[in-house]
Write a protein that binds this ligand. Structure first.
Ligand SMILES: [Zn+2]
Length: 310
């Protein structure tokens, strides 16, 4: 038998069944936070967990990682299927996050290698310079760089250029910083700043879970990047593929898609916490995370470039 705790605030409710005299109620109300719950799910939380879920309390689902990742593409639906009644499994949650990071890295390496091979084949064949005279995979430096650090996501921005493209580049950079803030700072702002969460006495374990599944976005980011590369390769519209305009439009789409994904993710999570105004709370906390990321990075960049000393 699992220990009987409130699904939301984790308050110990094991004493309650001892008070039952004439009947066993199906539903109960937490005396601490006021959450209504089903006693059956408290006794056997496996009943509340979907069979594909990596944190399933009793079984180890087949391809649980892939199936959970697939559900997270639509985060609003994911949170509908993963209620608070499913207990947190720290070990499996941690494994999930590590696997997400490994997946993202592998996807990025693949993207860079494919891009490099295509570039090498179509544009530098026959050019007698040092890095085309030997195949790229023979050059240790390039291989090491791609294997360990394939993340050249930012384009060079020329500070003297005043074209529309240059302005878009700046906004894309800032957009990525906003997304970074949403990823890192938003879970903390929920913990420290959300009065709705505190009023509802939502236990921190639910935030840990949400913060962990929010990392999924980086794997989706890697998939979109590789997908775009493959599509460009199949179409072989090389003249378009290599233009800055193409990279700019992809970057704008990636940043916007990430912001929308985070909004649905946290709104779904807040709804599953059963708190008041879940959508507004999610929006507010994402705004705090995004702005913090932006301000911190702009300040850092300003310090680096000596902007503040001019
Ligand atoms: Zn409670």
């Amino acid at each position: 038998m699992s220990d009987l705790r409130c699904p939301r605030c984790h308050y110990d409710l094991a004493w309650v069944p001892g008070q039952w005299t004439s009947s066993c109620p199906l539903r109960g109300t937490c005396t601490e936070c006021g959450l209504e719950f089903e006693w059956a799910l408290l006794h056997s939380p496996a009943l509340a967990a979907p069979e594909w879920f990596v944190e399933h309390p009793v079984r180890q689902p087949r391809f649980g990682f892939v199936r959970t990742l697939a559900r997270l593409v639509l985060p609003w639906r994911f949170w509908r299927q993963v209620p608070m009644d499913v207990p947190l499994d720290v070990k499996r949650l941690f494994t999930f996050v590590v696997m997400i990071l490994v997946t993202m890295h592998a996807l990025k390496v693949a993207e860079r290698v494919i891009t490099h091979v295509v570039w090498d084949t179509f544009f530098n064949s026959g050019v007698p310079n040092s890095w085309t005279s030997v195949p790229w995979w023979m050059e240790r430096e390039i291989v090491l760089r791609y294997a360990f650090y394939p993340y050249d996501v930012f384009m060079y921005v020329d500070p003297d250029e005043r074209s529309v493209g240059a302005i878009v580049d700046v906004f894309v950079r800032l957009g990525f910083l906003v997304i970074g803030g949403m990823l890192v700072v938003t879970p903390m702002s929920f913990l420290l700043l959300s009065t709705s969460l505190r009023r509802a006495k939502v236990h921190a374990r639910h935030l840990w879970r949400a913060a962990a599944y929010a990392v999924t976005w980086v794997a989706l980011w890697g998939m979109i990047g590789l997908g775009v590369t493959l599509v460009a390769l199949v179409n072989l519209r090389m003249s378009y593929w290599i233009t800055d305009a193409f990279y700019r439009s992809i970057s704008v789409i990636m940043v916007s898609a990430a912001a929308i994904w985070f909004l649905f993710f946290w709104a779904g999570a807040c709804r599953s916490f059963d708190i008041d105004h879940p959508k507004s709370v999610a929006f507010g906390m994402l705004a705090i995370g995004g702005l913090t990321g932006l301000v911190a990075s702009v300040a850092y960049a300003g310090l680096l470039n000596g902007l503040f000393f001019m």
